[in-house]
Write a protein that binds this ligand. Structure first.
Ligand SMILES: O=C(CO)COP(=O)(O)O
Length: 169
């Protein structure tokens, strides 16, 4: 599977040729994991409502309660795991480790302690380790979900963008 971060050659900061055959999923499809702590769930729902059309084009994962709300309210097809405190964060982490997740949108609550804090830290750690984009607030999530890098390099509709241009020497 091609991931957004696979598209940039760290040496040359330019698009790398994607030679591998498309994986088992549609070429344009990305794996997007959606997670929100309780106080942040209204914000996640509001954000997902705005970006529903984009989200619907991708393979969505979510922790139990977050996924239930998004599926019910927005009629999105979502692969749902257990609730976060019951192991859902770890399940999403395992999908990241498997290379199935290309973007993590995780609205974690900066004002409330969580009983499963170690799981939260582990999830964020795995996302950083796997070098996938992690959006922890709405402003960042807006940037990432509208990024041309979200569109696969083999997509003929991929927009031209200065992001893809080599950096000046
Ligand atoms: O606790 C969570 C993330 O740490 C989210 O879990 P739920 O989506 O099940 O509420």
């Amino acid at each position: 599977m091609t991931r957004p971060n696979d598209l940039l050659d760290p040496e040359r900061h330019e698009l790398r040729e994607v030679s591998e055959a498309p994986g088992p999923h549609e070429p344009r499809e990305r794996g997007i994991a959606l997670v929100a702590h309780d106080r942040c769930k209204p914000e996640m729902l509001a954000w997902a409502r705005i970006h529903r059309e984009t989200l619907a084009r991708h393979r969505l994962y979510a922790t139990g309660t977050t996924g239930g709300i998004l599926a019910d309210e927005l009629d999105l097809e979502i692969i749902r795991f257990r609730s976060g405190p019951l192991g859902g964060d770890q399940q999403i982490g395992s999908r990241i480790a498997e290379g199935d997740v290309d973007l993590l949108v995780f609205f974690w609550d900066p004002l409330s302690p969580q009983p499963h804090e170690p799981d939260v830290r582990a999830l964020l750690r795995l996302a950083v380790l796997a070098d996938i984009p992690v959006a922890c607030n709405r402003a960042t999530a807006d940037f990432v979900i509208t990024s041309p890098l979200l569109v696969a390099a083999d997509d003929p509709d991929r927009p031209e963008s200065p992001v893809f241009a080599p950096l000046a020497a």
